[in-house]
Design a protein around this ligand. Structure first.
Ligand SMILES: [Zn+2]
Length: 256
């Protein structure tokens, strides 16, 4: 109870009442937290544009102790990440990243490694070429950070040493053909994709961003989307948005 503060990123919001906004933040000090920003939807709101998705800022809140929702007092922009909203493909990947964080974490569960990864991911999307590559690097390391590291050295069903072909990826890791058929919930994965997953999680963030992916980028993005959806218990909302954007924009980028 009482006044709290933390650096935080806006990872979601929805309107409530006449002019208020319920905002979900992922914060460095408290993990995922939710609060009400009073009158945030008024034209002359004291929050201005600070509560836009992806904004990184200094949050000051008050915990009344009477509700799951905090009272948001101030949110001062540190980095608006506004460029993430200017390109549809980048927007889609950024939204996928914050959705993974929002849906795979519990409230008030501080996780400094995930916090660092979230900020690095958004920063890379703003500055680096290749939004899908950034999302792939984020996805691989997000699984690590949250303790969902898929096992890649042996079949998760029978324990048979990898490599074997064909291989599939299930919730716990690689599966041989027979075990994949038995679980009925595994995605085919190529030997190169297994090797690259291993490499992406072994190297530093900067090195991971520089790993050449070529056509593997599409395979890995698809595999990670399925994997995240399994952990969440349903398909991600932004996965669908990203597929729509691709379908509608024949050229990569999809400028607004
Ligand atoms: Zn097996």
């Amino acid at each position: 109870m009482g006044l709290g503060r933390s650096t935080a990123v806006v990872i979601g919001s929805f309107p409530i009442g006449e002019s208020d906004l319920v905002v979900t933040f992922y914060s460095r000090e408290h993990g995922k937290i939710r609060g009400v920003a009073k009158a945030a939807r008024r034209v002359r709101s004291r929050f201005g544009g600070a509560l836009e998705l992806f904004t990184l800022g200094e949050l000051i809140f008050f915990d009344t102790g009477r509700s799951d929702l905090l009272r948001i007092d101030h949110f001062d922009i540190v980095r608006p990440f506004s460029r993430l909203r200017e390109d549809l493909e980048v927007l889609g990947q950024a939204a996928w990243i914050v959705e993974c964080v929002a849906r795979l974490t519990a409230d008030n569960d501080r996780h400094v490694a995930l916090w660092g990864l979230l900020v690095r991911g958004l920063r890379a999307l703003e500055t680096a070429e290749g939004p899908v590559r950034v999302a792939v690097c984020f996805g691989v390391r997000c699984l690590e950070a949250l303790g969902h590291r898929p096992r890649l050295d042996a079949c998760g069903g029978c324990g048979r040493d990898y490599p074997f072909r064909p291989a599939a990826l299930g919730i716990g890791g690689v599966l041989c053909e027979r075990c994949a058929r038995e679980t009925g919930d595994a995605t085919p994965i190529s030997p190169r994709a297994v090797g690259t997953l291993e490499r992406l999680r072994a190297v530093s963030w900067e090195e991971a961003l520089a790993v050449p992916l070529g056509r593997l980028e599409v395979e890995l993005a698809g595999i990670l989307e399925v994997h995240m959806s399994r952990l969440i218990g349903q398909p991600t909302r932004t996965g669908r948005f990203v597929r729509e954007v691709r379908r509608l924009s024949p050229t990569p980028g999809g400028r607004l």
